[in-house]
Write a protein that binds this ligand. Structure first.
Ligand code: HEM
Ligand code: HEM
Ligand SMILES: [Fe+2]
Length: 445
């Protein structure tokens, strides 16, 4: 590590780990409720648990992206962050907004808009926080010695993500309009600008871990950005099939969203190809596992499992079922959770000076969490197909069909336990050995 201010990333990663642990807890509350063990129902009903589970996910990922930017941007721009003090202010205000939102959800202080449950008043706090973050990152980047493609793609991803938060804040009396613009946030985030963030982090990690020339890696990055925009923007149409807008979206959404897996395929090929081309064998194999793993699993979770329900003919049956939950878990896990865990695995040893790359615990964490998540996704997928068949084909009553999926949630919970054991090992390593140390600073050249 070259710049002391990069160590601010540690605090964002610590927040990540904490919120991730809470997210998993709420996942279990819902999983148990699904098999009839809903003792907490009066305090934390399913809908509250669901909103908390998904919002914690988004907040810990954003915290991870911010940590990644605070680590990557000074190194790419070759200068210290413009203000570490303000970065701490931004950190604490992010944690504060997160806490207010999550606590509020337990007191019914939320809006019933999936993923955008944060009440509008709080949205303004989010905006202020993100403006401060962007100000710090962008001034550091532009005052720096160089503006690399990697840093630009990462920063543009973060900037566009912030801009796209705004359409979700407009108030509409019409349910159709509200739904239309809600997807500008939800879809254009995960299938648009967040892919730029992922691509930026991925490129940075591949440059560091494989030793392949920056020029080669950044050329690929352009291709991925191009494919993302080409397919992802009009691909929004796959959420417009049956919400009450013009029928043209059936065609537009179907065609363009069917092309979306290409960007993820590009990412997977890119990572594997760079890995094979790389001569420099970086000793941090664990970070490399998470990096390549993220590129591959995102192709399966987002690309293949997304494609599985994206055509209007299938989506007519699968919309809003456990098939969606299956895809949601694997796509978020592969594309965004794993890339955040990758940058943490890469940067923490650099911030602490402890070269703990090859410890068994770290490798166990990788394999157990991945095998566990794959099992969860298969269980959700089977439950989803059962649900679609019984409820949508045989027209069975919703609750009767739900009963039939119970057994699959038992399997899911077993796999979730395996997943959690892996994640606990990851967290243990982070808490025990993650504290930054100034001894890690490289002597100035
Ligand atoms: C990393 C990228 C992705 C993530 C994190 C992701 C995540 C999600 C989530 C959480 C939902 C549920 C949203 C809601 O109901 O509010 C969803 C829905 C959906 N996703 Fe993705 N997705 C990704 C990429 C893709 C891709 C590439 C495709 C298509 C090839 C796709 C196809 C769909 C479809 C069709 C739905 C609607 C499901 C329904 O009607 O219930 N997704 N996605
Ligand atoms: C390990 C423990 C976990 C358990 C037991 C769990 C369980 C659940 C359950 C029961 C639901 C609600 C499904 C429904 O509507 O019936 C859900 C939703 C969701 N979970 Fe998890 N989850 C876990 C971890 C995760 C992780 C690690 C991620 C992300 C990487 C994640 C992402 C999501 C998403 C995106 C949704 C919303 C899906 C949708 O829109 O349909 N979960 N989870
Ligand atoms: Fe989408």
């Amino acid at each position: 590590m070259k710049y002391k201010s990069q160590q601010i990333a540690y605090w964002f990663f610590a927040l990540c780990i904490l919120l991730f642990a809470l997210q998993i807890t709420y996942g279990f509350i819902m999983g148990f409720a699904r098999i009839g063990w809903d003792g907490l129902h009066d305090i934390i009903p399913f809908n509250t648990a669901r909103a908390v589970h998904t919002n914690l996910l988004v907040v810990w990922l954003l915290s991870g992206f911010m940590g990644a930017a605070y680590y990557i941007i000074p190194e790419e721009a070759q200068r210290e962050l413009v203000s570490v003090k303000l970065a701490f202010v931004q950190f604490f205000s992010l944690a504060l907004v997160g806490v207010i939102a999550i606590v509020g959800y337990h007191f019914n202080y939320w809006e019933g808009r999936k993923f955008l449950e944060i009440p509008r008043e709080l949205d303004y706090l989010v905006v202020v926080n993100v403006l401060l973050f962007l100000g710090l990152i962008l001034t550091t980047l532009f005052k720096g010695k160089r503006q690399t493609t990697t840093a630009m793609v990462l920063s543009m991803g973060l900037l566009f993500a912030a801009l796209l938060y705004l359409p979700g804040m407009i108030w509409f009396d019409s349910q159709v309009m509200d739904s239309f613009f809600r997807w500008w946030v939800v879809h254009l985030w995960v299938e648009g600008v967040w892919e730029l963030i992922m691509g930026g982090i991925l490129a940075f990690l591949l440059i560091k871990l494989t030793g392949v020339d920056r020029e080669v890696i950044e050329k690929w990055l352009y291709v991925i950005v191009g494919l993302t925009f080409l397919s992802g923007v009009l691909g929004t149409g796959h959420h417009y099939y049956y919400i009450g807008v013009n029928k043209i979206w059936l065609v537009v959404g179907g065609i363009f969203s069917a092309l979306e897996p290409l960007a993820f395929l590009g990412m997977a090929l890119f990572a594997v190809y760079m890995y094979r081309k790389g001569e420099k064998k970086h000793p941090n194999k664990l970070a490399l596992f998470w990096t390549i793993g993220s590129a591959i699993v995102s192709f399966i979770g987002a690309g293949l499992l997304g494609f599985a329900h994206t055509l209007p003919q299938t989506n007519l049956y699968t919309h809003g079922t456990l098939v969606t939950a299956m895809h949601g878990h694997y796509a978020f896990w592969g594309a965004y959770a794993m890339i955040v865990l990758a940058i943490i695995s890469y940067s923490v040893p650099n911030m602490t000076g402890r070269k703990r790359f090859d410890k068994t615990a770290g490798h166990m964490a990788f394999w157990l969490s991945n095998i566990g998540m794959l099992g969860m996704v298969v269980a959700l997928g089977v439950a989803g197909v059962v649900q679609v068949y019984l409820e949508r084909r045989l027209k069975m009553d919703f609750m009767v069909a739900q009963e039939e999926t119970k057994i699959h949630f038992v399997v899911m919970l077993l796999c979730a336990t395996l997943f959690t054991v892996g994640i606990v090992m990851y967290m243990y390593e982070f808490i025990r050995y993650g504290k930054p140390s100034d001894e890690a600073l490289e002597p100035a050249a």
